[in-house]
Design a protein around this ligand. Structure first.
Ligand SMILES: NC(=O)c1ccc[n+]([C@@H]2O[C@H](COP(=O)([O-])OP(=O)(O)OC[C@H]3O[C@@H](n4cnc5c(N)ncnc54)[C@H](OP(=O)(O)O)[C@@H]3O)[C@@H](O)[C@H]2O)c1
Ligand SMILES: *[C@@H]1O[C@H](CO)[C@@H](O)[C@H](O)[C@H]1NC(C)=O
Ligand SMILES: *[C@@H]1O[C@H](CO)[C@@H](O)[C@H](O)[C@H]1NC(C)=O
Length: 307
């Protein structure tokens, strides 16, 4: 065989392997797809971005979706889209529920209302959250507290409002939409990274505690995703940034994150990281060669003050 021929053989073998693998993946997904039929799925932050994509994914799979967020109008838009875009799929009408993750006192009432409508809850996807931009010195304490409130305390309390129900049923699956920044912190997003690290720790404790109740916990840690996250991010003074940043606009399609999340539930994965290779390597460096990571981040902080 000459060089060219062996190269060709190698390439076609690789292509074939990838095709077979993809086929296998899709067959697996199809075979178990019925798992989602009739499941009641509560999604927070369902009014835009990843949450909106999650709503479409689960609805298409035959779930009864409960869409939670603050903006009723946006929830109604998502609800209408679902009814129109998948009108051929015989599924349950999506339910919308106004939820502000800062109002912990309202959660019991909200969960009772959901249970009145659906009878039970199979899957909870804690997805609602906000981000921030700015140096620690210049960021007001109220921004730190606000992010922790929404991304951590609110998420914890909402989970705890549903948990007794799942424990008594001895069944359930709880998903946390964390972030790669829950595994490694970067400069100028301290409040965000801290809140996501907190969620990672919480979910590890939760997973261990509720295993005996047959409740499963999945943590999803995406890299950049093309959503309004930076538009809605809080600046140092606590106002909305209102800007789409380039990293996000070049990020993953939110539908990809939603599909991978559904797959992770299906396969009962404890955690998945959805990020490009370079970003995954960074996370590995953080835990295995920390001093190198600190150097890289120092460089990043100096050279990207406005990011
Ligand atoms: N985009 C990324 O690059 C990326 C990467 C990793 C992880 N994530 C995570 O993915 C999740 C979804 O974010 P996204 O990217 O889809 O951004 P997004 O488009 O801004 O969506 C955020 C969602 O959270 C909801 N939300 C915000 N504050 C809330 C509050 N106080 N109470 C209830 N709901 C609230 C928003 O709804 P309302 O405004 O209507 O309340 C909205 O539906 C977040 O947890 C984020 O940290 C995103
Ligand atoms: C640090 O923050 C304080 C309080 O906001 C501000 O007065 C000061 O100018 C900041 N220092 C720098 C170097 O940005
Ligand atoms: C959840 O985990 C339990 C074991 O902890 C397992 O038996 C069960 O099949 C899992 N559920 C799903 C949906 O994967």
């Amino acid at each position: 065989m000459d060089k060219r021929q062996s190269w060709y053989t190698w390439l076609s073998t690789l292509t074939l392997t990838v095709i077979v693998f993809k086929l296998f993946q899709s067959i697996c997904f199809r075979r178990n797809k019925n798992f989602f039929k009739e499941k009641v799925v509560v999604i927070t932050g369902a009014s835009s971005g990843i949450g909106e994509s999650l709503a479409h994914t689960f609805y298409r799979l035959g779930c009864k979706v409960i869409l939670c967020a603050r903006r009723r109008q946006e929830l109604e838009r998502v609800q209408n889209d679902l009814l129109q875009m998948h009108s051929t799929v015989p599924v349950h009408p999506p339910v919308i529920m106004q939820v502000d993750l800062c109002n912990i006192d309202t959660f019991d009432q909200i969960v009772w209302t959901i249970l009145d409508i659906t009878g039970h809850i199979d899957i909870l996807v804690n997805n609602g959250g906000i981000s921030c931009r700015g140096s620690i010195n210049d960021t007001s304490n109220k921004v730190f507290m606000n992010l922790m409130m929404v991304n951590y305390f609110g998420t914890v309390a909402f989970t705890k409002a549903i948990l007794p129900h799942m424990i008594s049923r001895k069944q359930g699956h709880i998903v946390f939409m964390s972030s790669l920044q829950g595994l490694m912190a970067i400069p100028h997003r301290a409040a965000y990274g801290a809140s996501k690290h907190a969620i990672q720790a919480f979910s590890d404790s939760l997973r261990a505690e509720v295993a005996e109740d047959n409740i499963n916990v999945t943590v999803v840690s995406p890299g950049y995703v093309r959503t309004s996250l930076s538009m809605n991010a809080l600046t140092e003074s606590g106002v909305k940034l209102g800007k789409m940043d380039s990293a996000l606009s070049q990020g993953y399609d939110p539908n990809y994150i939603a599909e991978k999340t559904a797959l992770a539930i299906l396969r009962n994965r404890n955690e998945i990281v959805l990020a490009p290779l370079l970003h995954r390597i960074a996370a590995v460096i953080r835990s295995n060669v920390p001093s190198l990571y600190f150097l890289i981040m120092e460089y990043r902080a100096k050279n990207s003050k406005d990011e």
